[in-house]
Design a protein. Structure first.
Length: 90
């Protein structure tokens, strides 16, 4: 369950990073600060959780489910952000 939660959190983190990139590229000034603040909250959570899991895991190979969850969540978050940003800012 914790691996799934990390994947979902990283989905949100990468979603926000991609959304922020589009805000900057398309000069949506009013969205930059709220997006940055949300990114900070999620980033601290994801990095903290990964650090805790890594220190509690004896072998690197035991981290592969976590790595897969973070990578898959990030990729899906980027794609979802591209789609949603385009729909919000037509």
């Amino acid at each position: 369950m914790s691996t799934l939660l990390v994947g979902m959190a990283n989905f949100l983190f990468i979603f926000l990073k991609a959304f922020q990139q589009r805000n900057v590229a398309f000069l949506h000034y009013w969205w930059v600060i709220p997006t940055s603040m949300t990114m900070a909250v999620v980033e601290v959570g994801v990095i903290g959780w990964v650090a805790i899991q890594a220190t509690q895991t004896a072998k690197f190979l035991d981290l592969w489910p976590l790595i897969l969850a973070v990578g898959l969540g990030g990729g899906l978050g980027a794609v979802a952000s591209m789609y949603i940003h385009k729909r919000i800012f037509k």
